[in-house]
Ligand binder design. Structure first.
Ligand SMILES: NC(=O)c1ccc[n+]([C@@H]2O[C@H](COP(=O)([O-])OP(=O)(O)OC[C@H]3O[C@@H](n4cnc5c(N)ncnc54)[C@H](O)[C@@H]3O)[C@@H](O)[C@H]2O)c1
Length: 352
């Protein structure tokens, strides 16, 4: 199958492209390349790369495409809260427009990287895909609006599958260190200390990056139309943040790097939610299985653990990177904004 991966140069996308190729699919990536070409460096001869914004898409990018995995857009709370207008355009409006273009082009297979953060704000409980959600942040509201647009377009000609991904952990060639497990590993390496905000009692659904990719691929490969209009939580397990800190601290201690845990004040933005992965298991026969402990080991093998200060580079933190790119563009003059759909060459700034 020829698959278009929007956001294929990102944290999940770069791993997904490799997995799709391994599974025998052809891959075209559409990406604004905020993090440059480096994440796809090892695949450069095997994927077709279209550098473009997902907003105002030229439908020629869909030529020959049989399935779409849609991951492009702002991917966390801080960037969405910083520029809610751009977040809405990218995450909600562009998803609706891409889906409509796919339907017109006769592309039925479509998976969407939504977020389990949609369940935040509902209080205590283990939520499933039938829960009446009331997302409160700019990011989760935009994801919910995108879901609604996809469900509205679903029918015999278009079969979108919505994957509500838990917070992802694991290694990627486009590494993010602003996701809780990955952040704890970085903090443990750099400071030998992990801070538990508000005691770290908040719940989060977590999932490994390889399991997220597997879920997208299984949905793409399912008999066309059989999962259309369905929502699936993609989660390995729910954890309290302090459990994750203990897993990271234990793993580092086993390597002779003691890590101290310390209480810290509760931050203003405090996410707390849990959800079940039962439907994914029952309908797809798939249960995400890569554990946090296994993934910590992989990350420690891949990261430069002997030079932890290199992990402070802004490219590992979405909000830091985006605001830094914006400053650089503005200092050059003549450029509108890194947040707008105008094309510039962000990858020129992304050499490691
Ligand atoms: N990583 C997680 O924990 C997680 C959890 C739930 C949902 N998600 C969702 O999964 C998707 C991928 O997340 P990620 O962690 O890989 O994020 P990421 O930020 O690493 O990747 C996003 C990619 O999209 C590209 N992009 C951003 N805006 C674009 C635009 N306007 N036009 C074209 N390309 C654009 C970026 O250049 C980047 O390569 C996102 O939609 C995110 O909201 C991620």
């Amino acid at each position: 199958m020829k698959v278009l991966v929007t956001g294929g140069g990102g944290y999940i996308g770069a791993v997904l492209c490799q997995r799709l190729l391994d599974a025998g699919h052809d891959v075209r990536v559409l990406d604004r390349l905020y993090w440059g070409r480096q994440p796809l460096e090892s695949l450069v001869d095997r994927v077709e790369l279209v550098q473009a914004d997902v907003r105002g898409l030229d439908s020629s990018v869909l030529a020959g495409i049989e399935g779409v995995v849609h991951l492009a857009g702002l991917s966390n709370d801080p960037t969405a809260e910083y520029r809610p207008d751009a977040n809405w355009e990218m995450n909600a409006v562009a998803t609706q427009e891409l889906a409509a273009a796919c339907r017109r082009a006769g592309i039925r297979r479509f998976t969407f990287g939504s977020s389990a953060s949609i369940y935040d704000g509902l209080g205590d409980g283990l939520f499933d895909e039938t829960t009446d959600v009331k997302p409160r942040g700019a990011y989760s509201r935009s994801k919910h609006a995108a879901e609604e647009a996809l469900l509205h377009l679903a029918g015999s000609e278009f079969a979108p599958v919505i994957l509500r991904q838990g917070t992802v952990y694991g290694f990627s060639p486009r590494m993010r260190l602003d996701l809780v497990v990955n952040t704890f590993i970085k903090d443990a390496l750099q400071r030998g200390k992990l801070f538990l905000h508000g005691g770290g009692w908040m719940w989060r659904p977590l999932v490994d990056i390889l399991d997220v990719c597997e879920a997208h691929i299984r949905c793409l490969e399912a008999p066309s139309g059989s999962l259309g209009g369905e929502i699936f939580n993609v989660v390995h397990q729910n954890f309290q943040i302090r459990q994750l800190a203990m897993l990271v601290a234990g793993s580092l201690s086993l390597r002779g790097r003691p890590v101290q845990l310390q209480d810290a004040p509760l931050p203003a933005l405090n996410r707390n939610y849990r959800c079940t992965n039962r439907k994914l298991h029952d309908r797809l026969g798939f249960t995400p299985h890569v554990t946090v402990l296994e993934s910590i080991e992989t990350i420690l093998q891949e990261l430069d653990v002997d030079n932890p200060m290199r992990l402070a580079h802004p490219r590992y933190y979405n909000i830091e990177w985006m605001t830094m790119l914006e400053e650089i563009f503005q200092s050059r003059g003549g450029f509108t904004s890194v947040w707008s759909s105008d094309q510039e060459e962000p990858q020129a700034l992304t050499a490691r």
